[in-house]
Design a protein around this ligand. Structure first.
Ligand SMILES: C[S@@+](CC[C@H](N)C(=O)[O-])C[C@H]1O[C@@H](n2cnc3c(N)ncnc32)[C@H](O)[C@@H]1O
Length: 368
């Protein structure tokens, strides 16, 4: 495979706003970086194989303030290239993109679909969509940019040959399958609440189902209406929580949080469980599990050289026990990696996962 530079012909710089957001050196959040203040750093960001955050907190945080949550970005070029390869847009294709962002990928899609093709790109945020329209027009690209919730697709211009989502999803919306022609392809970062998402490529069938395989790790931001959320119990609540110890080794705990090891499988076995990992110091790591709906929470506190580790659990679900059981299942199942999984979305919207082949013994329906 060629490198991302060879795959991506549209220049990135014209799509990057003058103000972007970078890690706050003083804390956990994000601070604005202006091209006018530091052009060399801005340009270096544009040229690196890194995502560039272009909006935080849905645009409610202004430069000079600290941002908490990235809400729009220009994705990492090598991942954009990998998704474009999976999507395989051909001259003349009708393409739907969800998540216009800066418009850079929409420009790439338009180049690939050519003058005889048609690209629609849907962006939920009006200000982001306006900036993308301007950048696209300045380069002479003419995809249709629609300001709307992309989880509904864009029925007016369906059917599509290709649908690509550049934000991640927990469920594949029915509308995307309905709006793709049989034989057409849907590519999206897809995954559960637990951990990262996998590049997933589904082919739509005559019966209205869609099926395909999962692949590489894509840590994309979630579409707005499927965001994950976490709980922050008070010190008193933690003091009152059930407290046990775990005999799991550091290696096993690493497997539980690593996408390429057990994390993808655990997410498929334990519904509605959001994983966060915080390295408080070099020697102290907190692994937390959150189910906001049932207000269940668990924390494993790892302190180097001080095992067995302490586990706190709160709420009606025992999330740590569920995750530990899913980890055992993963070991017994032969430690399947994410790329061994596939997904079938049935005509009634059920999401079935399987290992190696759709007819496999190891196949189950997800609950959300
Ligand atoms: C990673 S960025 C997209 C990157 C973009 N394709 C590019 O080339 O710059 C994800 C985008 O998805 C948008 N988004 C989130 N939820 C959405 C939704 N429900 N419908 C449409 N767009 C959405 C965000 O506002 C954000 O701009």
């Amino acid at each position: 495979m060629t490198g991302w530079h060879e795959q991506l012909a549209v220049p990135r710089a014209p799509f990057i706003p003058a103000v972007v957001w970078v890690d706050d050196p003083a804390g956990d959040g994000f601070v604005a970086l202006s091209r006018d203040d530091d052009e060399p750093r801005w340009r270096a960001l544009v040229e690196e194989d890194e995502p560039i955050i272009t909006q935080v907190d849905d645009g409610t945080t202004r430069p000079g303030e600290t941002g908490r949550r990235p809400s729009s970005s220009c994705s990492r070029p090598s991942l954009v290239a990998a998704m474009l390869i999976a999507l395989d847009v051909r001259e003349g294709h009708r393409v739907l993109e969800i998540g216009t962002g800066t418009g850079w990928n929409a420009a790439e899609l338009s180049r690939r679909a050519g003058r005889s093709g048609h690209v629609v790109s849907v962006e939920v945020d009006p200000a982001v969509a306006d900036d993308a329209r301007r950048a696209l027009a300045a380069l002479g690209c003419a995809p249709l940019v629609v300001t709307s919730d992309g989880t509904k697709g864009y029925a007016a211009d369906a059917p599509y040959d290709r649908v690509v989502c550049t934000a991640s999803v927990r469920t594949i919306p029915r509308s995307w399958v309905d709006q793709t022609r049989p034989g057409g392809v849907i590519v999206a970062p897809w995954g559960t609440d637990y951990g990262d998402d996998a590049l997933t490529r589904l082919e739509v069938r005559e019966d209205g189902s869609a099926a395909g395989r999962c692949g590489i790790d894509l840590a994309f931001m979630r579409v707005r209406h499927q965001r994950r959320d976490f709980l922050e119990p008070t010190a008193d609540e933690v003091n009152d929580a059930d407290t046990t110890q775990t005999a799991h080794s550091g290696r096993e705990l690493f497997e539980m949080v690593a996408f390429a090891r057990a994390a993808f499988t655990i997410g498929l076995r334990v519904p509605a469980c959001y994983l966060t990992v915080e390295d408080v110091t070099d020697d102290r790591r907190l692994i937390e599990l959150h189910d906001v709906r049932s207000r269940s929470w668990a924390r494993v506190t790892l302190v180097r050289g001080r095992d067995p580790w302490t586990v706190h659990q709160l709420g009606p679900r025992r999330l740590w026990n569920e995750v530990a059981a899913a980890h055992s299942w993963w070991q017994e199942a032969g430690r399947p990696t994410p790329d061994r999984y596939g997904l079938t979305v049935t005509p009634d919207g059920t999401h079935e996962v399987w290992i190696d082949a759709p007819a496999a013994d190891r196949r189950w329906s997800l609950t959300f």
